[in-house]
Design a protein around this ligand. Structure first.
Ligand code: MN
Length: 232
């Protein structure tokens, strides 16, 4: 029995297809502006030469397939962003692009839930992005599929709200490929097993609200379905 002043929180983890063993989540990294059409829908005057960048969500913001996500506080503009999620199985720093995919052990589909009004307020004021991006329950992630089944070529990603398609794109449109994302992120942080990377969203992001059923899909991976709950 360790000497803690209170019971430590449970390890956040995700289900993996084909096994009862679970993937323990260490960190949740996200890529901003990794699809040009989404960059432009966020800012018509955006300079497309500005590279993508990274931010984080807390690991305990992860929620699993089938969850009801409480409508978050402080927003009138909750939005969906479907993203391919790469899950690190082998750590490293300064990983070469040519070696980067060897560090990815699983893929999943995820939704980068965003309080867009708070994100834009932060953008205007040059504040950090946490209020817009890193709130409780902001990282729904689907069941993980091993690379041995999914390969590294997951292409189509899409998202529907109450059965109506809102987003539909191809990971081939990513500015930085999964390998480039892993390599560049590993220059800033030492990656460790358990890190997951949400690789950015394509165009078509939009508002969701209480009662909406949001289904995210990526080719060859189990779909992720969440329901938006009521306001607290
Ligand atoms: Mn995103």
């Amino acid at each position: 029995m360790s000497d803690f002043v209170f019971t430590p929180p449970a390890q956040v983890s995700l289900a993996i297809s084909g096994t009862t063993a679970r993937f323990p989540v260490r960190r949740v990294y996200c890529v901003g502006r990794n699809y040009e059409k989404h960059v432009l829908e966020m800012n018509e005057g955006a300079d497309l030469r500005d590279p993508p960048f990274f931010f984080q969500k807390p690991a305990d913001a992860v929620v699993e397939d089938g969850a009801t996500v409480p409508f978050p506080p402080m927003t009138e503009d909750l939005q969906h962003e479907v993203e391919l999620v790469a899950c690190i199985g082998t750590g490293g720093a300064n990983i070469a692009v040519a070696d980067a995919l060897d560090h990815v052990a699983y893929y999943a589909v995820g939704i980068d839930l965003t309080r867009r009004d708070l994100q834009f307020r932060a953008r205007e004021k040059s504040w950090p992005w946490e209020m817009g991006k890193s709130f409780d329950h902001s990282a729904p992630i689907g069941v993980l599929t091993p690379v041995s089944e999914a390969g590294h070529g997951v292409r189509g990603i899409s998202l529907s709200v109450n059965g109506t398609e809102r987003q539909n794109s191809d990971t081939a449109h990513m500015t930085w490929s999964v390998a480039e994302v892993v390599s560049r992120l590993s220059e800033q942080y030492r990656l460790e097993p358990g890190d997951i990377i949400m690789t950015g969203t394509p165009e078509g992001v939009g508002v969701i609200g209480p009662g909406d059923v949001v289904v995210a899909r990526a080719d060859g991976l189990p779909p992720l379905s969440i329901t938006i709950g009521g306001r607290a």
